[in-house]
Design a protein around this ligand. Structure first.
Ligand code: GLA
Length: 376
């Protein structure tokens, strides 16, 4: 009798409604990720040195928080199914690495995959979601990028929901980064599953090109920018379109670096640097730590910018900001400088320039002119 009663109670107990951690990523996440520059060459030494550099270069002061280890950190699962890091690359283990990063006032991110294998062929989380989430929480992980290789017959929203619920159950607030490349319209289900979702395939360090990778294509900055069309309505505080990590400092020209960073800021995109912070030239650091541009990206209104007009290879983008301000960016996509002559609808008189008269300027090739309009 007593036993029967117990069973009934269990069945009747309401299931706590699992949900993502809603207090995270109120503004687009800012940090660094190993993939764009280092691919599989990750190690605890690289991560520690990058955390040191994040603090020393002014990146941390500018708002960058996360140090994210991408693919290939994995060793094997043990006999109980628990995942361990590659012991040659991470001899001190993840907990000690997280402690190191936290002591610097930064946060540690990690990478896994919804399928059986990651894109780099390491163990994926399929079938181990709850166990892996628990392990990440125990290690002190703060951010999980969750990829879509070997996903075969998996249902995308279902697979990401499983990991979302597993993270919720593990109890540690972890930013959940959906990396499903835009295949199954993640913007339509992503907001309830995670904090950001990739909208496209992988970026490559090139301003205007498509790279054939043998079976798939990697996209240049302009190609990724064009793929954001129609997606701005899905982004907002706690849930962001992710046009992929930054290639600033990975071989673009200084003008292209500036244009790339400015446009990602206009898109309210996550700002995840992908260069070697330990040997960053001053001009690259200047782009990545530009406070005025970062303020546009991190604006608390959390509204993604939009393309207002395009003419003669120059696009004009607007982004509404808190308090009635606007960010305006003129993007010159072409390989030659372009003259800009833009007439504002209404005039005010304030600051360095005003909207009383037209804006007359030249935008260098593959570069931007970015302004902030402030109501006087
Ligand atoms: C996919 C992702 C990349 C990176 C690699 C790692 O291609 O889209 O961002 O994480 O896998 O193998």
């Amino acid at each position: 009798m007593r036993r029967l009663l117990l069973v009934v109670l269990c069945l009747a107990a309401p299931r706590a409604d699992a949900q993502k951690f809603t207090e995270l990523a109120k503004t687009p996440p800012m940090g660094w990720n190993s993939w764009n520059k280092f691919q599989c060459n990750v190690s605890e030494r690289l991560i520690r040195e990058t955390a040191d550099a994040m603090a020393a270069t002014g990146m941390k002061d500018a708002g960058y928080q996360f140090i994210n280890i991408d693919d290939c950190w994995h060793g094997a699962r043990d006999s109980l199914g628990f995942i361990h890091p590659d012991s040659a690359r991470f001899p001190s283990g993840m907990k000690s690495l997280a402690d190191y990063v936290h002591a610097k006032g930064l946060k540690l991110g990690i990478y896994s995959d919804a399928g059986n294998k990651t894109c780099g062929g390491r163990p994926g989380s399929r079938g181990y979601e709850y166990q892996d989430a628990l392990t990440y929480a125990k290690w002190g992980i703060d951010y999980l990028k969750y990829d879509w290789c070997s996903s075969d017959s998996l249902n995308a929203p279902g697979a990401y929901m499983t990991m979302r619920d597993a993270l919720a159950k593990a109890g540690r607030p972890i930013v959940f980064s959906i990396c499903e490349w835009g295949n199954n319209k993640p913007w339509s289900w992503g907001p309830s599953m995670g904090h950001l979702w990739r909208t496209t395939g992988d970026i490559t360090a090139c301003f205007d090109c498509i790279k054939e990778m043998g079976g798939w294509r990697a996209w240049g900055v302009l190609q990724i920018l064009d793929k954001q069309e129609g997606l701005r309505e899905y982004a907002g505080p706690g849930h962001w379109n992710d046009p992929d990590m930054l290639e600033v400092g990975n071989g673009l020209t200084p003008n292209e670096d500036r244009a790339h960073f400015s446009m990602w800021s206009m898109l309210a995109a996550p700002l995840i640097a992908g260069n070697d912070l330990r040997s960053m030239p001053a001009n690259v650091a200047q782009v990545l730590t530009n406070r005025d541009v970062i303020a546009v990206n991190q604006d608390s209104l959390g509204v993604q910018g939009f393309k207002y007009a395009a003419r003669d290879s120059v696009e004009i983008w607007f982004k509404p900001l808190v308090g009635g301000d606007w960010a305006v960016t003129f993007l010159n996509r072409s390989s030659t400088p372009r003259a800009v002559n833009f007439t504002w609808a209404q005039g005010t008189k304030q600051g360095a320039g005003t909207t009383a008269g037209p804006l007359v300027a030249t935008v260098p090739a593959k570069d931007v002119l970015m302004l902030r309009l402030h109501r006087a």
